[in-house]
Design a protein around this ligand. Sequence first.
Ligand SMILES: Nc1ncnc2c1ncn2[C@@H]1O[C@H](COP(=O)(O)OP(=O)(O)OP(=O)(O)O)[C@@H](O)[C@H]1O
Ligand SMILES: [Mg+2]
Length: 259
Amino acid sequence: MSLMLNDVRVARGKAHIIAGLSLPPLPPGSMTALIGPNGAGKSTLIHALAGLLPARGSIRLHGQALETQPAAERSRRVGLLPQTLPQAVGLTVYELLLGGLLTLGLARDEAEQRIERVLGELRLAGLALRALATLSGGQRQLVALAQLLASEPELLLLDEPNSALDLHWQLAMIEAIRADVARRGAIAVLALHDINLALRSCERVIVLHRGACVADGAPQTVLDPALLAQVYGVAARIETCSQGQPVFILDRLIRPDEV
Ligand SMILES: Nc1ncnc2c1ncn2[C@@H]1O[C@H](COP(=O)(O)OP(=O)(O)OP(=O)(O)O)[C@@H](O)[C@H]1O
Ligand SMILES: [Mg+2]
């Protein structure tokens, strides 16, 4: 039981963005960070996993090929928090969440219970009756997280879910996802630019570079200075802080003539 990718290929227009990606299985209850520079293909891969871009090769969730599943079934099983949030529509937070769950086929009672639980757990109940258009960028990102968690997908895809969040909410977001995957045995994949967040929150990191996986494993093992230099063109290192935790330190840019 896992997410399996075998020889996955994704094109955008005529450009082959992901060219033959195969990965060891992502098991239930796991959180994996997808990292890599701008344009590496993180969002492309996430959209392909979500069924929003056509992919060749094989993507199997718990043994079932996702591409052969009806769209409604796939959207129940795979949930996405996109990098670019949809424009705020003329709805309240509660209406948005309820509409989403009813569209997935939930009965109204169950949908209402889930919304109450998720908004309570995230401490967002105070936003329930606010119009989406009146929320700040970070608040909208949290509502998108609530929507994802309320839909209880087997696979959670989060594309830079912390990009608009303050320090408190970045940790709250990570804790909520960790609790959710642990409780339900779901699988989470998070595209992240924050290496420290990846280090402290994910047991595995997959490094994408030009559409290919160039490293895959435990963050502390994988993120060595040579790889960081190759992929990002920076001098950087991971050290152990005074509390014994790994910390990422960014030193400087590496000029092209240094390589
Ligand atoms: N609609 C599109 N048509 C053609 N090429 C695209 C399209 N969208 C993205 N690309 C290209 O695909 C490549 C991968 O883009 P993608 O958005 O997956 O990168 P990313 O790793 O998510 O980057 P970022 O960290 O900036 O979000 C880039 O070279 C990008 O220019
Ligand atoms: Mg992206």
